[in-house]
Design a protein around this ligand. Structure first.
Ligand SMILES: Nc1ncnc2c1ncn2[C@@H]1O[C@H](COP(=O)(O)OP(=O)(O)OP(=O)(O)O)[C@@H](O)[C@H]1O
Length: 300
């Protein structure tokens, strides 16, 4: 697998705001690379630099073997991106919108090519329906078909599920996975929702205040061995009772709860032992340690 994007020490400063601050990461061919961070973390600014829309204040970007922004033209040929809501003609069909946009960008598309593009985003069956009859999610996916009509290697989607209903979100997720699986595209997708990135990404980065917090493959980062279990109880002696048990080493006392770090498979055994120790359980909840990290970053 080859490296498509290599970013080193990338920074962008707007007056006194360090929007991106020493960010390094790489994207391999075939990744669905999740960019995760709360609003204002620096996701859009990073993506805009990858696309040569704004100049970095420092650092290096190499994409497809070219340096950015010096080789912007060669790089952009390989990218299809949706950064804002796509402009569509609502009284034209999906097919005619795509046909017109392809011609405006200098292509002479065949019917087959246009139908293939619509198929990639799950809109082939609605090719000849007017866009005014489309849901927000369908418009978004048509925008993606337009963005990739020149068959780029890399698709960049900045918060593609913003403003979509649950069905639209599910369809978008399905489409992103399909772009990689069926059409061998590499995808960068940004979101402020961990759950959304977790469901599609093969690798991900969390950024906060313009800096990298963590980066890795989704399976590594969501390793079930790093499960956190929070116990809430009114039993004043709970910590002491657990302190004498085999769970002692995995327990940490928090202000109003007891926190255990363990493998997800061990949760039923913990629950059984708590009952055996006669500890009244008000609440026993499980979450992944990455989720806890992200909740802490987002202040929730
Ligand atoms: N053109 C600009 N001028 C001044 N500050 C900017 C500009 N663009 C972004 N910023 C600031 O840089 C920081 C990062 O913004 P950015 O849009 O990259 O974050 P984000 O992670 O994409 O979040 P969001 O989802 O809210 O767009 C924010 O503090 C933002 O206010």
């Amino acid at each position: 697998m080859s490296t498509l994007i290599e970013v080193k020490n990338l920074s962008k400063q707007f007056k006194d705001v360090h929007a991106v601050n020493g960010l390094s990461f790489s994207v391999q061919q075939g990744d669905i690379y999740g960019f995760l961070g709360q609003n204002g973390a620096g996701k859009s600014t990073s993506i805009r630099m990858l696309m040569g829309l704004i100049q970095p204040s420092g650092g290096e970007i190499n994409m497809f073997g070219y340096r950015m922004p010096e080789h912007k033209k060669d790089v952009l040929r390989q990218i299809g991106a949706i950064i804002e809501r796509p402009d569509l003609y609502k009284y034209l069909s999906a097919y005619d919108n795509l046909d017109m946009m392809a011609r405006l960008s200098g292509l002479k598309p065949t019917r087959q090519l246009l139908m293939d593009q619509l198929d990639k985003v799950g809109l082939a069956a609605r090719a000849h329906s007017k866009v005014k009859t489309f849901s927000q999610g369908m418009k978004q996916r048509l925008g993606i078909a337009i963005a990739m009509v020149h068959d780029p290697q890399l698709i960049i989607l900045d918060e593609p599920t913003n403003g979509l209903d649950p069905q639209g979100i599910a369809e978008m997720r399905h489409m992103i996975i399909n772009l990689r699986k069926e059409h061998q595209k590499t995808v960068i997708v940004s979101s402020h929702l961990l759950n959304e990135i977790e469901q599609v990404a093969t690798r991900m980065i969390i950024i906060d205040k313009g800096r990298k917090v963590i980066e890795g493959s989704t399976s590594e980062l969501f390793d079930p061995a790093n499960t956190l279990v929070e116990l809430q109880t009114n039993d004043a002696d709970a910590a002491e009772k657990i302190g004498h048990s085999a769970w002692a080493a995995r327990m940490k006392q928090e202000a109003d709860s007891l926190l255990f770090t363990l493998h997800a498979d061990d949760v039923p055994a913990l629950a059984k032992d708590l009952v055996a120790m006669d500890i009244a359980i008000d609440n026993l909840s499980k979450r992944h340690s990455l989720e806890s990290l992200f909740l802490t970053l987002t202040g929730k």
